[in-house]
Design a protein around this ligand. Structure first.
Ligand SMILES: Cc1ncc(COP(=O)(O)O)c(C=O)c1O
Length: 381
């Protein structure tokens, strides 16, 4: 009997093999028919599906309490696949100002295609009733949001989405499934930039959308059509990152909480936003819908002007000046100069972000090292 090269002697590899094949040899025309008729799971062409990718999809689905999950090339591919799959010309989409900047660029494309968009302010109670219209088809939010870590009541949004018969999509990148499972709070789908906390090591880009099997099938159609299937190597890196995900998320959150408490009331810090602080406007709702901590991200204003924030960042020694988030290393940036560049300058500061606002993503370093780094750098401002 010919042995399967992936399981010689029946021993299963501890790690899902990286299957780099673009195409697969059909065993017979009958097998081809069974695959194309959807009678059996099978692989034919990488743009359709890949076993390494499929394996990590099942892991992320389980983490979000979803029936299934579709993995794609980047977080923005995931967001765009959701918009393209469900929105038609004439539909109304509600977006929150404080979501990842590149969504603004996508919104310009959607408007060109005839989608009507309203940008709304995020408030913890999630009251957007005045913006909901008969043609509202989708509400898309982040909580906590990027970069201002604003919290929105997901269950309250669900009630308003139901009134309009709209879908509710939550980008769970900041919270991660360790702290928050939006599907259990009423979201239809959860989106991730898996580039961030899920991958966790600054070495891969990927996106994910988790939800029902029906949503998986619809999103699969879009992914197959436009070709946003992840490569097998990145899927393998993502799978490896997920093995330590809980440990990293726990440590990142503990470090963020400790840094927020240190920064709160510091004379050089003129504003701090972190849902784990009892006086934060999002604390009450976050305590209800998040668990085991409040995530690894915080935002704060340094001094009074952009140069104060720049001086502070230039003096940091342990914390890296870089974009992205959710990594093993602590990362800091000025959103006005980086992640929000897709927005026109006046728009960047129209909903609470200032030129001296910094976004800090806690890593898994020793807490004392991080606190010492913040202290010495703030002393120089
Ligand atoms: C909340 C959030 N969603 C989506 C994205 C886009 O992800 P990617 O960079 O993987 O395309 C980002 C990127 O920073 C993000 O922070």
């Amino acid at each position: 009997m010919a042995s399967d090269p992936l399981t010689p002697y029946g021993n299963k590899p501890m790690v899902t093999p990286i299957v780099n094949a673009v195409n697969y040899e059909y065993d017979s025309f009958e097998v081809l028919r069974q695959i194309t008729d959807g009678e059996i799971d099978g692989y034919t062409y990488h743009r359709d599906d890949n076993p390494t990718v499929r394996s990590v999809e099942k892991t992320v689905a389980a983490m979000e309490g979803a029936e299934d999950c579709i993995i794609c090339t980047t977080g923005m591919a995931a967001c765009t696949m959701v918009y393209l799959t469900y929105l038609n010309a004439g539909d109304h989409l509600i977006l929150f100002h404080d979501i990842y900047g590149a969504n603004y660029k996508v919104s310009l494309i959607l408007e060109r295609l005839g989608v009507e968009i309203t940008w709304v302010e995020a408030t913890a109670d999630g009251d957007i009733s005045e913006h909901v219209k008969p043609n509202t088809r989708m509400i898309f939010c982040e909580t906590p949001s990027n970069p201002l870590c604003k919290v929105i009541d997901i269950a309250a949004l669900r009630v308003q989405a139901d009134r309009a018969g709209a879908m509710l999509i939550v980008d769970n990148t900041f919270a991660t499934p360790y702290h928050q499972q939006p599907l259990s709070l009423g979201a239809d789908m959860v989106v991730h930039s898996a580039t961030k906390g899920l991958g966790g090591h600054n070495d891969l880009m990927a996106g994910a959308v988790a939800g029902t099997k029906e949503h998986y099938n619809k999103l699969w159609f879009t992914r197959q059509a436009i070709g946003t299937t992840l490569d097998a190597y990145s899927a393998s890196l993502l799978e490896r990152g997920l093995k330590t995900f809980d440990l990293r998320a726990e440590t990142m959150s503990a470090n963020a909480q400790a840094m927020a408490e240190f920064l709160h009331g510091h004379p050089k810090v003129t504003r701090i936003i972190y849902p784990g602080l009892p006086d934060d406007p999002g604390h009450e709702v976050a305590s209800k819908q998040m668990h085991k901590g409040f995530g690894g991200l915080l935002a704060f204003d340094v001094g009074e002007a952009e140069d104060d924030a720049k001086t502070f960042i230039n003096e940091l020694k342990t914390i890296y000046h870089a974009v992205s988030l959710g990594a093993t290393e602590s990362l800091i940036c000025i959103p006005f100069l980086t992640t929000m560049l897709s927005l026109p300058p006046e728009r960047r500061t129209s909903f609470g972000v200032k030129t001296n606002t910094v976004r800090l993503s806690a890593g898994i370093e020793k807490t004392d090292l991080l606190l010492e780094d913040l202290k010495q750098a703030l002393d120089k401002v």
